[in-house]
Design a protein around this ligand. Structure first.
Ligand code: PMP
Ligand code: GLU
Length: 405
């Protein structure tokens, strides 16, 4: 059978989605490096620090103790207790262990939510710029993503009237990501209260992706929308994990906390799809959430903060570029629309995709174009890379800009 014949036999949902562009771009940059090309990559969506020793040791102990078998599909009770303890300590949230589902990364938690809650005929509101995976998972569920735009002038925060404007009878959910990927926007308590009021009035579920909650700057205080009052608590599913806070992206542990019946439904789906996340990773995550890793997080955030100031300043000095100062996460999302339309030889750089390709091919710098984040005219740079790489990479971008007519 030829390739086209194969496509004919695939399920329709396959044609609805694209592979993760963030993962594939990082893979392309890594492959170029392996071939000996001196690429500076700003595409990594993961901390450039190693997992702390104590967490690694917990995993080694788990292996030595023979903790190498299936666990309860929804996760071991110690880990679900560790998650309830963390949510109580950080946000005053009161969950029972059965309100928690441990999954293979926050991405998997989000997928389980989409499968348990959404279907054809439903609409789910996603503020843009958004993390690339949200609309794709909603499409996989059969529901329709409804994009609600934010602007740089509003610090990329969704205005209550914009949410109200896109709500229909079909609206079933809203995905809120704070601090956000790719922008680093973050909502304070008052802003969350306005969103919660709308969600409660229209009975819309809020999926609160708090993956970057520990990576915040300038003393920003992270609030979980679930903690505002008991009405929004009943409508919120909190999503988080250990990937970013503890530099554990490869361990694949994420979690969801929410109303028991939704979590149970998600757990049933998980029990018939992946079963439990790796037993060893779960033990490591217990150590991460119950051990003393504040110093590690402070060190990491301190380093990110220095890089954040440096990269925003340097990008802002490039003619045609303006850059929002992120409040959290480890990405910058400069507006490059002032450069679009310029030419390299005969090629007109008329989109962020073309601009990113130009940087990769000519300057050997990998950035992620804004289009898959719902933001043409922007590119994403991760500063989860060394200061030395950042300096070198921005020098190269500046030089590449000088080549354009
Ligand atoms: N949410 C956001 C906003 C992210 O950036 C990521 C990182 N890919 C995730 C969820 C998923 O992370 P993980 O699956 O590693 O927990
Ligand atoms: N969150 C990261 C990113 O946005 C990881 C890659 C992914 O899972 O898409 O780059």
């Amino acid at each position: 059978m030829g390739k086209d014949d194969n496509l004919m036999t695939l399920a329709r949902r396959v044609s609805l989605i694209k592979p993760s562009p963030t993962l594939s771009l990082e893979a392309r940059a890594k492959a170029m490096k392996k071939e000996g090309v001196d690429v500076i990559s700003f595409s990594a969506g993961e901390p450039d620090f190693d997992t702390p020793e104590g967490i690694k040791n917990a995993a080694i102990e788990a292996i030595k103790d023979g903790f190498t078998k299936y666990t309860p599909s929804s996760g071991i009770i110690e880990l679900r207790n560790a998650v309830t303890g963390k949510l109580a300590k950080n946000h005053g949230l009161r969950y029972k262990p059965e309100d928690i589902l441990i999954s293979c990364g926050a991405k998997h938690s989000l997928y389980n939510i989409a499968m348990a809650l959404f279907e054809e005929g439903d609409e789910v509101i996603i503020p843009s710029p958004y993390w690339v995976t949200y609309p794709e998972q909603i499409l996989l569920s059969g529901a329709m993503p409804v994009i609600a735009e934010t602007t740089q002038e509003d610090s990329f925060l969704i205005k209550p009237e914009v949410i109200e404007g896109v709500i229909t009878k079909k609206t079933k959910g809203l995905i809120l990501n704070t601090p956000s990927n790719p922008v680093g926007a973050a909502y304070d308590r008052t802003q969350l209260e306005r969103i919660a009021e709308i969600a409660v009035r229209h009975k819309i579920y809020v999926i609160s992706d708090e993956t970057y909650e520990d990576i915040v700057y300038d003393g920003f205080k992270q609030t979980s929308i679930a903690s505002l009052d008991k009405d929004i608590f009943k409508l919120t599913i909190v999503v988080n994990g250990v990937s970013k806070s503890f530099a554990m992206t490869g361990w694949r542990i994420g979690y969801a906390a929410g109303p028991g019946d939704i979590i149970e439904a998600m757990g049933n789906i998980q029990s018939q799809s992946t079963s439990n996340p790796a037993s060893i990773s779960q033990k490591a995550a217990v150590e991460a959430l119950t051990g003393s890793y504040e110093d590690f997080i402070n060190m990491m955030v301190g380093r990110f903060n220095r890089r954040r100031h440096y990269i925003v300043k340097r990008l802002g000095e490039i003619p045609g570029v303006s850059c929002f100062m992120p409040k959290g996460s480890f990405y910058v999302f400069p507006n490059i629309s002032g450069i679009l339309g310029r030419k390299f030889g005969n090629v007109v750089l008329d989109s962020s995709v073309k601009f990113a390709e130009y940087l990769l091919n000519e300057a050997k710098v990998a950035v992620v174009p804004g289009e898959p984040f719902g933001a043409p005219g922007y590119v994403r740079l991760s500063y989860a890379t060394s200061m030395e790489n950042i300096e070198k990479g921005i020098d190269r971008i500046e030089a590449a800009m000088r080549e354009l007519q």
